[in-house]
Design a protein around this ligand. Structure first.
Ligand SMILES: [Zn+2]
Length: 58
C-alpha cells in the first residue's frame, strides 16, 4: 500500500500528489515538494502534523 498526500489537502492551491512507500518517505518527499514548489523553507511540526493528518493509503 502506498502513502498518498494531496498537496491541496495540506492547504496549498496545488494539484501536486505525492506518493511514497511509507510514512517517512512521504514526509521527506512532501517537505521537498513544499520547499521546491511552494518556497516553504522551514517544515514546522504543525506542517508535519497536517501532512500526517491528510495522508491516505492507496
Ligand atoms: Zn504543492
Amino acid at each position: 500500500m502506498e502513502k498518498v498526500i494531496h498537496c491541496r489537502d495540506v492547504g496549498f492551491d496545488c494539484n501536486g500528489v505525492i506518493k511514497a512507500k511509507n510514512e517517512k518517505e512521504a514526509l521527506t518527499l512532501a517537505a521537498e515538494h513544499a520547499r521546491k514548489v511552494h518556497g516553504v523553507t522551514e517544515i514546522t511540526p504543525e506542517i508535519v502534523d497536517k501532512i500526517k493528518a491528510v495522508m491516505k493509503e492507496e
